[in-house]
Design a binder for this molecule. Structure first.
Ligand code: PLP
Length: 375
């Protein structure tokens, strides 16, 4: 059987990975400044993470949500403390799209309404409702077009109010920092305006922190820099350091009923063990502090490269903007310098999403290589 050929692949076959390095089947070591698309938060094969997962696998890997699983409570408690949302509750699922799907569903249950306000250049995943509020017609099939949604420009509070006043909106969904779209983000005035408007019109305020969460921005959640408290926060990527896990943090104003949301695999024992280990390492190694100091260093270095026209993003969710398309540059970095980087919808943006454990010496390696390939 062949694989359904939907991914355009680089010719690299990783077989091993440690912290910020990935080794391929030929023994070549690559510096991973892509983190498997912002997923690897605490570094590949972190020893604490490995021992927790192995220990859990030896005990019990999976049972369904028909029985008690105290690891889910432990994960929720730890996440509440580390994130600063101890009074929210947690629903666990398996991916970012699924997190947003459940967030939007909950918003619709809560308000009894259907229309969603979303933003230009947004990406919220590929499942039914999540993809429909994603600003990319190419990945929306006709079957995804049934639920009503409206795309608005970022940072225009008036246009949001005009729509909410129509009284048919269940949710506003916005990324903490836009990922795939190219690292644009709402201003503090905009985030605070959204929070206020959602309260005024009884609309659910959802912040998608699937990529920008879990310390990647230097705050636990990117929206925390704007001093707002969304009604629902969706999470995934960095949460499991590669183990598939996602979830939504839900404000106390929502009341759960049996069967309202559900999943077979979500919150299984192994996923919870991964999730707990990640939070323990983020806390113990003070990774958010590392993100902040590496950011400063990265920006200083980037400013010295004349071809870099702009540095976008925050924390370790960064993009170097050039005045040319970067596809060739990425190829050179990977095949000649053995460095993984990311791309975006904005073809002139080179994305940097390393594990949050990355050090200055790795940034030095990157900039030396970048200078050489730009020559
Ligand atoms: C902001 C955001 N939301 C949702 C998703 C979808 O996550 P997943 O691919 O785990 O379904 C992504 C993935 O890139 C993302 O960046």
């Amino acid at each position: 059987m062949n694989l359904f050929d939907v991914y355009q692949l680089y010719n690299v076959t990783p077989v091993k990975a440690t912290n910020v390095y990935v080794t391929d089947d030929k023994g070549i070591e690559y510096l991973d400044l892509y983190g498997g698309h912002g997923v690897v938060s605490i570094g590949h094969s972190h020893p604490h993470y490995l021992s927790k997962l192995k220990e859990q696998l030896d005990a019990i890997g999976f049972y369904s949500n028909a029985v008690k699983n105290p690891l889910q409570n432990q994960l929720a408690e730890k996440l509440g403390t580390v994130s600063g949302y101890p009074d929210y509750s947690l629903f666990l699922c398996n991916s970012g799209a699924e997190a947003n799907e459940n967030a939007l569903k909950l918003a619709s249950f809560y308000t009894g309404k259907k229309r969603v306000i979303t933003f230009e250049n947004s990406f919220h995943g590929r499942t039914s409702v999540a993809v429909s509020v994603t600003d990319n017609p190419k990945i929306n099939a006709p079957i995804n077009s049934t639920n009503p949604k409206t795309f608005l420009p970022l940072n225009n509070v008036e246009s949001v109010e005009k729509e909410l006043a129509k009284d048919d909106v269940c949710a506003v969904i916005i990324e903490g920092i836009q990922g795939v779209g190219g690292l644009d983000e709402g201003t503090t005035t905009f985030f605070q305006g959204l929070e206020k408007l959602c309260k005024k019109y009884n609309v659910v305020f959802i912040v998608d922190e699937v990529q920008s969460g879990y310390g990647r921005s230097g705050e636990f959640f990117a929206h925390q820099a704007h001093n707002v408290s969304p009604d629902i926060i969706s999470i995934a990527k960095g949460m499991g350091n590669g183990f598939p896990i996602g979830g939504i943090l839900i404000s106390p104003k929502f009341k759960a009923t049996y069967g309202m949301l559900g999943t077979t695999f979500g919150g299984n024992h192994l996923a919870c063990a991964a999730g707990i280990a990640v939070l323990e390492v983020i806390e113990k190694e003070d990774l958010m502090q590392n993100v902040k100091s590496i950011l400063k260093y990265f920006i200083e270095k980037a400013k010295k490269i004349p071809q870099v026209k702009n540095v976008k993003g925050r924390g370790l969710m960064l993009g170097l903007e050039f005045d040319f398309e970067v596809a060739e540059l990425r190829k050179k970095l990977i095949y000649e310098k053995y460095i993984f980087t990311g791309g975006a919808n904005n073809k002139k943006l080179l994305r940097i999403l390393p594990p949050l454990t990355v050090k200055k010496e790795h940034i030095d390696i990157f900039f030396k290589a970048l200078k050489e390939v730009l020559e």
